[in-house]
Write a protein that binds this ligand. Structure first.
Ligand SMILES: C[S@@+](CC[C@H](N)C(=O)[O-])C[C@H]1O[C@@H](n2cnc3c(N)ncnc32)[C@H](O)[C@@H]1O
Length: 218
């Protein structure tokens, strides 16, 4: 089955989204950000302050997500941090092309959720994606299905709590993909998945800001 990413309509849609996202710096220059404790309310405040920003994975990172997801053909892909759905489109295209499975994604910003629903419909990929609006620590808390691929791309200080919550659902050999290995806030997360005692075989993939690929071995 040829890749959905190469269908002209999907290709053009992704192209347009990547071009919009390239203007993040311009939009960000007019915004002011507060700092504070990393608690529930601050996660929402940070999301609201950054509502106009895409902060997406790059096109090569998206193709990496597509390849890993299509190769592992998971029954369920879970995404933490959807934003305007660029990464979601790559994951959904891979799931659609394997012929089975589903993506469950989550996002705090209702503006981003509404926009991404339209985008997924436009791409014809909405049938394989369930969007859960709200804080991932709540929206994904009742997940009972087994997870084959988990993408972590929300606020970095929540990677470890989200992973701890979803770990019981990971199938043996599941892939956990974590974006932005270059960020200081990733230190604890990277130390955790790189310690074999914690049940992962982990390697940094040098695409864009770095994606940590961790295979569940426990
Ligand atoms: C880096 S962006 C995601 C980019 C997206 N994966 C892409 O490639 O297009 C991070 C997003 O995670 C969302 N987010 C952060 N913390 C969250 C949480 N606790 N629950 C749900 N969404 C969250 C933010 O609102 C933001 O839109």
């Amino acid at each position: 089955m040829p890749s959905t990413l190469d269908r002209p309509h999907v290709h053009q849609l992704l192209d347009r989204l990547h071009r919009e996202a390239a203007r993040d710096d311009e939009r960000g220059a007019t915004l002011t950000f507060t700092t504070g404790a990393a608690d529930d309310s601050s996660a929402l405040r940070r999301a609201e302050e950054r509502e106009s920003l895409y902060m997406p994975i790059s096109e090569p990172a998206g193709r990496l997500l597509y390849a890993l997801t299509r190769a592992s053909a998971p029954a369920l892909v879970v995404e933490f941090g959807m934003s305007y759905g660029i990464s979601t489109l790559y994951l959904a295209a891979a799931v659609a092309d394997t012929g089975h499975g589903q993506v469950i994604t989550t996002e705090l910003s209702s503006t981003k959720v509404a926009a991404t629903r339209r985008t997924l419909r436009d791409a014809g990929l909405d049938r394989v994606v369930e969007i859960r609006e709200g804080d991932a620590l709540r929206t994904l808390a009742d997940l009972e299905q087994e997870i084959g691929v988990l993408l972590l791309d929300g606020w970095k200080d929540l990677y470890l709590p989200v992973l701890a919550m979803l770990e019981p659902q990971l199938v043996p050999g599941a892939l956990v993909l974590a974006d932005d290995t270059d960020q200081d806030a990733m230190t604890d997360y990277l130390a955790f998945v790189r310690d074999p005692a914690n049940g992962y075989e982990s390697v940094e993939f040098p695409v864009d800001d770095g994606v940590e690929i961790s295979c569940r071995t426990a």
